[in-house]
Design a protein around this ligand. Structure first.
Ligand code: EPU
Length: 418
């Protein structure tokens, strides 16, 4: 298994370009199942999760072609299988995003029920309750969700909890349903809005995406369309923390500042200089951070996908901060690894009390999930001495050439294969 070797203490300086958003690319790719025509998606990041969904779609009969670097054409003319096997769902939970489109266009789907994962139990009950309310018959057979419907019908749905992929799944299902669907307490994440924009180009009638009430008027069929995936706000936020934690000066190019406002606000509170400039956001820091309390929330709040990274910044702050994770039950797996690097963090329930230390110390550490891995890389960039991050396949799922980008900013980081 590959690992990353990092020698910390170098300020990151320069400019770096953000890739397309993983969490926007995955639902956009699943949307191909809603039409027999080609979807041409630009700015698709080259990531393990993207390869996984391409493999999954290929398994079902979707043809894909590379139209240009970062641009893929997907066509689902002849779907052979309406199934997603356990092995694929196990490696990537976002595989459940095919459920809504399959049911809407073909009236059948058999998708393995995901189990728990490193960040919590992550049930999909709200996806299923929503599809049932739209008229689908759903059974659980041998670990698989088996769903059937003649034609889904529009309905009014109130989500008990805000769910990003749940909103996306039901929004896609509703595009081909009979009548109007209203999703209330829907996720407002930019990725949901991006998916809605793609669906609209395909002929869907959707209003309110990006707010908590989304109205979808079902149509008879959808067409192909070209679409450019939005930049990855979590990658942008990760580079912003990398600049701050190394007391560097980095221009993050191609990002959309409004997509990570909450992160920029907390960085400013911590003492970083954060400025919107032509072409991106510049982040500078020249001193130890000030402590800042943070609680994760659905968008536009502070993203849970940035919690591990900001915690590393707080781990070297001048004082105490409290970081509360409200979205997932178990997203503190990075803490035991950070303790091995000299951080002082105590967990009580869903909150972590972080007592800042002047610097971290390099150590061998183990990545447990995607964002936890990113936090360990950030810790390694700050630490004195050498850090070796093991199990970086998690990182490869969601960050495009992270070490090359960090190296281009002056980071001393390289990959050891095998
Ligand atoms: N939830 C339920 N029932 C459901 C669905 C969700 O109880 O049917 C709960 C979850 O257990 C969790 C909360 O609702 O406590 C929010 O989960 P959500 O459904 O929003 O998460 P998701 O859609 O599975 C997406 C991203 C995650 C990101 C979360 C929260 C994709 C492919 N994944 O997951 O991204 O953390 O939203 O913003 O969009 C990552 O990129 O590292 C990542 C984990």
């Amino acid at each position: 298994m590959d690992r990353l070797v990092i020698r910390g203490g170098k300020p990151l300086v320069g400019s770096v370009k953000v890739s397309g958003a993983k969490n926007a690319a995955l639902p956009a790719m699943a949307a191909v199942l809603l039409t027999s025509e080609e979807l041409t998606l630009e700015n698709v990041p080259s990531l393990q999760d993207v390869a996984t969904i391409e493999r999954l779609l290929g398994f079902m009969g979707v043809e894909s072609r590379v139209a240009a670097p970062g641009t893929i054409g997907l066509t689902s003319r002849a779907v052979r299988r309406f199934e997603v096997p356990y092995d694929l769902v196990r490696t990537m939970r976002a595989s459940v995003l095919v459920l809504g489109p399959l049911l809407a266009r073909f009236g059948k789907a058999r998708v393995s029920l995901p189990g728990g994962c490193a960040i919590g139990p992550r049930p999909i009950n709200l996806h299923l309750v929503g599809l049932q309310a739209m008229g689908a018959e759903i059974d659980l057979v041998e670990g698989y969700v088996v769903a059937k419907a003649s034609r889904l019908s529009g309905t009014r749905l109130l989500f008990d909890t805000i769910t990003v992929t749940g909103t996306e799944n039901l929004m896609m299902a509703a595009t081909l349903a009979k009548g109007t669907t209203v999703l209330e307490n829907a996720a407002c994440e930019p990725e949901v809005e991006d998916l809605a924009r793609l669906l609209q180009k395909m002929g869907a009638r959707i209003e309110g995406a990006g707010t908590s009430t989304i109205t979808i008027e079902g149509v008879e069929d959808l067409t192909g369309a070209p679409h450019r995936i939005i930049p990855d706000r979590i990658e942008a936020g990760t580079f912003a923390v990398a600049a701050a934690i190394t007391q560097g000066d980095v221009l993050i190019q191609g990002c959309v500042p409004q997509h990570f406002d909450a992160v920029m606000t907390k960085l400013r509170d911590a003492g970083a200089g954060v400025a919107e400039e032509a072409g991106g956001v510049r982040v500078r820091m020249a001193a130890r951070p000030r402590p800042v309390d943070i609680a994760t929330e659905p968008f536009p709040g502070f993203a849970t996908d940035m919690q591990a990274q900001i915690m590393v910044l707080m781990a070297i702050a001048e004082g105490k901060s409290v970081i509360t994770e409200t979205v997932f039950e178990n997203r503190f797996m990075h803490i035991p690894e950070l303790l091995r690097m000299g951080a002082d963090i105590a967990v009580t329930g869903r909150s972590a009390l972080v007592r800042g230390v002047p610097f971290l110390r390099g150590a061998p550490v183990m990545a447990t999930d995607l964002r936890a891995s990113a936090s360990l890389v950030l810790a390694g960039l700050q630490a004195r001495g050498e850090t070796v991050v093991h199990r970086i396949y998690h990182l490869d799922r969601g960050y495009e050439t992270l070490e090359a980008k960090l190296r281009s900013l002056g980071g001393d980081i390289y990959r050891v294969e095998g």
